[in-house]
Design a protein around this ligand. Structure first.
Ligand code: NAP
Length: 277
């Protein structure tokens, strides 16, 4: 059955691959992005099943306008993909409050703006699926990635809580936790670095930048395969609460679970000794 998908950040990277896959599968697609001309260049001109809409996710008013325009054209949105995001890298002490606010404005608050805009329509329809694109940075800390990790960990807490709130309305929230995928994520166009003084971290910071630049274009994950996986998940009777995307993500989650279990056991007795006598 044909569905209506709404994708943020659809002009490039993973968002573009998702939009292409959704379109190829015969669904309606609301492709949103900061630059409508870029959306048209990437996906072709709009037609009966393709609606391009301007949406900078930092703008709550624009998110509301996009959701209303999508509903006006196609009725309720069936699948929302909160994909727009970027990584801000740098050691915490070289980041500034403005860096932190900018990272959260897109990765977390942008996602919230779009959820707020789309959820009323999903609740009214009594159905809906939201894919919130998190990351391996959403379940483990990475040195030189504290702001990105903080924003993606926040995405996880937000999404898990939201999932329980909207379940009674038959709306599902699924976290997607990609490993490293070959998109523009590590390109100069997308990646941002800390804007404060590096101080004692100067050498480490230079090494960090070089190591990410060296990985650009050589990432193992194929974004077209991740896009295809989202279509599979959307057809599942019960999509999962979280989905690990990529063999690297699976390996890192296994290591994370093992280290959590080991630490829990090592300190179990002290942890459990806190009840009032
Ligand atoms: N690639 C990876 O290795 C990887 C790993 C884990 C998680 N992820 C997550 O996957 C998602 C997609 O990233 P990607 O890999 O596809 O990176 P990408 O190729 O750099 O694409 C990022 C997309 O986000 C959009 N975007 C950024 N800020 C925006 C804003 N304020 N409003 C609307 N759109 C905005 C960009 O639009 P513009 O063209 O307007 O800049 C672009 O379409 C992100 O949430 C990222 O954190 C990626």
């Amino acid at each position: 059955m044909s569905k209506t998908w709404f994708v943020t950040g659809a002009a490039r990277g993973l968002g573009l691959e998702i939009a292409r896959a959704v379109r190829a599968a015969g669904h309606n697609i609301v492709a949103t992005g900061r630059d409508v001309a870029a959306l048209e260049a990437a996906l072709g001109p709009g037609d009966a099943r393709l609606l391009h809409l301007p949406l900078d996710v930092r703008d709550a008013t624009e998110a509301q306008a996009a959701a209303r325009a999508a509903e006006q054209r196609f009725g309720a949105v069936d699948v929302l993909v909160n994909n727009a995001g970027y990584g801000l890298f740098g050691y915490f002490e070289e980041t500034t409050p403005a860096d932190a606010e900018a990272q959260f404005a897109v990765n977390l608050f942008g996602m919230m703006h779009v959820c707020r805009a789309v959820l009323p329509g999903m609740r009214a329809a009594g159905r809906g699926l939201i894919f919130n694109i998190s990351s391996i940075a959403g379940f483990r800390g990475i040195p030189g990635g504290s702001l990105l990790c903080a924003s993606k960990h926040a995405v996880e807490g937000f999404s898990e809580s939201l999932a329980r709130e909207v379940e009674p309305f038959d709306v599902t929230v699924t976290l997607i936790e990609p490993g490293i995928f070959r998109t523009d994520f590590l390109s100069p166009q997308s990646m941002r670095f800390a804007s404060g003084a590096a101080g004692d971290y100067a050498q480490a910071s230079r090494d960090l930048r070089q190591s990410y630049q060296a990985r650009d274009g050589k990432q193992p994950g194929d974004p077209a395969k991740l896009a295809a996986a989202l279509l599979t998940l959307a057809e599942a009777e019960k999509p999962p609460a979280r989905f690990l995307a990529g063999s690297d993500a699976v390996q890192l989650m296994e290591a994370r679970i093992a280290s959590l279990e080991a630490e829990l056991e090592a300190w179990r007795v002290l942890s459990q000794s806190m009840n009032a006598d």
